[in-house]
Design a protein around this ligand. Structure first.
Ligand code: 6GU
Length: 239
């Protein structure tokens, strides 16, 4: 069972996310377990403090190293598979998350997420314990919790047995070089808009061809970068 620990000053954020839907079911099936670890439990003093002023001056506070070190030690001592743990620091300075990276993480025995804030973690945490720095894209969010949950979700759904239907992972955008095709369900007409005729035809071959065309059209117009790569890969060895 994959052990996933999330080190954070805001464990409630984590509990809310892992307590619903697929992530919850993954835990109920015994495929993964989540441990949201409150960093305050590893801080000093009656009013546990997690951050302090930056050496050298400047604006903003810096999260102190020690609570992270203690929390990582705690996790590695309490949950099995600690030897194989990846310690992930979500940060805008990291490598941008890809499906490939998520697949790699999904093979680890354990993951530890270190939730920091945009400007503030003592560099020695990076040096001593972090194995992977990951960004979720070129924009800023306030804390590491939401990025950690994005990464966690994308990883857990790839753990074998989590998705009832392995197919559904395979047909997702990015598991595949093309974006997904449009989906429709009942009713056939809503607000004057109709389901494309071909999907009602029962003609599996025609449906397959239509879906492929839709995927190509979408990819070409929305993601020229993916389209270019797709065309290049499909022309290899053709000529
Ligand atoms: Cl991983 N963290 C924060 N705070 N902001 C981000 C990010 C991560 N990735 C993109 N923006």
């Amino acid at each position: 069972m994959m052990q996933i620990s999330i080190l954070t000053p805001f464990p409630n954020i984590v509990e809310a996310i892992v307590g619903e839907s697929i992530l919850r079911r993954a835990r109920e099936k015994g495929l993964v377990d989540y441990h949201s670890i409150d960093l305050h439990d590893f801080a000093e003093g009656d009013y546990p403090q997690l951050d302090d002023y930056p050496f050298g001056g400047g604006s903003g506070m810096v999260m102190m190293a020690e609570p992270f070190f203690k929390a990582v030690d705690y996790v590695q001592g309490h949950f099995p598979g600690s030897g194989q743990m990846r310690v992930i620091l979500p940060t805008p300075q990291g490598e941008i998350l890809t499906q490939k990276k998520s697949r790699e993480f999904s093979k680890a025995e354990g993951l530890i997420f270190i939730c920091s804030h945009y400007k503030g973690i003592d560099e020695r945490v990076r040096e001593a314990v972090v194995t992977d720095e990951v960004s979720i894209g070129d924009y800023v969010v306030t804390g590491g919790e939401l990025p950690a949950m994005v990464i966690l979700d994308s990883v857990v759904r790839l753990v074998p047995g989590v998705l009832g239907d392995e197919e559904s992972a395979l047909s997702d955008s990015f598991a595949n070089p093309l974006l997904d095709y449009p989906h429709y369900t009942r009713p056939e007409t809503t607000r004057g808009m109709h389901v494309p005729e071909v999907l009602l035809s029962g003609h599996h071959k025609r449906i397959e061809v239509w879906r492929k065309k839709q995927r190509e059209k979408r990819t070409r117009s929305r993601r020229p970068d993916l389209w270019k790569r797709y065309v290049e890969e499909n022309s290899k060895g053709d000529g």
